[in-house]
Design a protein around this ligand. Structure first.
Ligand SMILES: Nc1ncnc2c1ncn2[C@@H]1O[C@H](COP(=O)(O)OP(=O)(O)OP(=O)(O)O)[C@@H](O)[C@H]1O
Ligand SMILES: [Mg+2]
Length: 359
């Protein structure tokens, strides 16, 4: 049975549509602005925040499908989406204002964390989100090299001014201290250096802060979790069995310090030969997907082993990967899946207002 198409029933319909950012009914958040109906045509003005922009098209399509199912296929819906402003909340007590703080980690080194962190940040930015990228790899900060940004950040009124990459604030431990100094940090010194580094940077208002973690070690994960409530983590792994064993450790590490795992990315997943377009699964196939299913976390997607990624990384031109015909679509998909998995999670359980955490 389909319902009659009128303003009231459309408003009622939106009581069951969740805002992808907050998981709250759109009829209650002020995001459902105007609704008019005449001659079986409903015009709806709907606000989405920049945080939700990666899932905007998907959200619209699925909302239209549900509307058609409820009110009958002969009805027409014109949805006009506008940008809804909702300021970012304070995260913990460190003065950071961000809606989602996401750490990218792995159980072992060299699997592509920094590549994934930089790509994810850029993909979110390209979709229309406000994003910051933060490299806390004290043992080998590689973001400066990958994104081709170098320099000494200025200090203005006790705040470190981040450098900029594609319109995003980017900070790396590598901008601040020579590598030989950072590697000797341990325990409390490491803790206070990383805390200061994130706290004292002028990030501005962010939808997403993406944090590139050092390999393995639980120290930084513990420090981050004591500093602020993180939205979650993304675990990067490669498909072969030995690497997956390390991914299990990474998931356990995040769970131990109460950082939810938002998903798994399989990097270096198959080699697509540029000569013949054929795929060779050098490290095996589908291991990370099966692993994600086993540990019950979303699989966010895969990135093939591709020479252009390495070349762009070496030349500080990671942004070039998004325009690459082979690699670009894989990166886009991961960005979409990350946002979608957040929206799905919030639809079930809306995020709590951030609680102060003792440092
Ligand atoms: N899918 C890929 N195809 C080809 N090269 C890749 C791919 N992913 C990453 N690389 C290259 O592999 C090297 C390691 O990647 P990256 O620095 O992102 O790894 P990492 O996990 O952050 O390493 P570390 O543990 O040292 O922090 C880099 O040279 C990068 O360009
Ligand atoms: Mg790295």
């Amino acid at each position: 049975m389909t319902q009659p198409l009128d303003v009231e029933s459309i408003q009622g319909f939106f009581a069951n549509v969740k805002d992808p950012e907050t998981g709250r009914p759109m009829s209650k958040t002020g995001q459902l602005s105007d609704v008019t109906v005449s001659d079986s045509i409903a015009k709806i003005r709907l606000g989405l925040t920049s945080h939700s922009s990666p899932v905007k098209e998907h959200f619209l399509e699925s909302t239209k499908e549900q509307l058609a199912a409820k009110f009958g296929g002969e009805s027409k819906f014109e949805i006009d989406v506008f940008e809804f402003e909702r300021p970012a909340p304070k995260v913990g007590q460190i003065g950071l204002t961000a809606k989602s703080v996401i750490a990218v980690g792995s159980g072992k080194g060299g699997v592509g964390k920094s590549t994934v962190a930089a790509s994810m940040a850029l993909g979110l930015k390209r979709a229309g989100c406000k994003v910051g990228l933060c490299d806390v790899d004290v043992y080998g900060p590689s973001i400066p090299t990958l994104v081709g940004v170098h320099g000494q950040p200025a200090q203005v009124e006790n705040k470190i001014q981040p450098l900029e990459w594609n319109g995003m604030p980017v900070m790396s431990i590598g901008f601040m201290v020579p590598p030989e100094q950072a590697v000797i940090w341990r325990g409390p010194m490491l803790h206070s250096a990383v805390t200061q580094f994130i706290r004292d940077t002028a990030w501005g208002d962010l939808d997403y802060l993406i944090i590139d973690m050092p390999p393995g070690t639980g120290d930084i994960a513990l420090t981050l979790s004591q500093m602020m409530p993180l939205t979650g983590s993304v675990v990067v792994c490669t498909p072969q069995k030995v690497a997956l064993l390390d991914a299990i450790k990474a998931v356990a590490m995040f769970q131990k310090v109460n950082i939810p795992v938002l998903g798994v990315v399989e990097n270096m997943s198959g080699f697509i030969c540029p000569d013949n377009g054929q795929r060779y699964d050098i490290f095996g196939k589908g291991g990370a997907k099966r692993f994600a299913e086993e540990v019950k976390v979303p699989f966010l997607g895969e990135i093939p082993l591709n020479m252009q990624i390495r070349v762009n990384g070496d030349e500080g031109k990671m942004d070039g990967c998004f325009d690459d015909a082979i690699v670009g679509p894989y990166l886009q998909k991961i960005v979409f899946q990350l946002s979608k998995s957040l929206a799905d999670k919030y639809a079930v359980e809306p995020p709590k207002a951030s609680l102060p955490v003792l440092g």
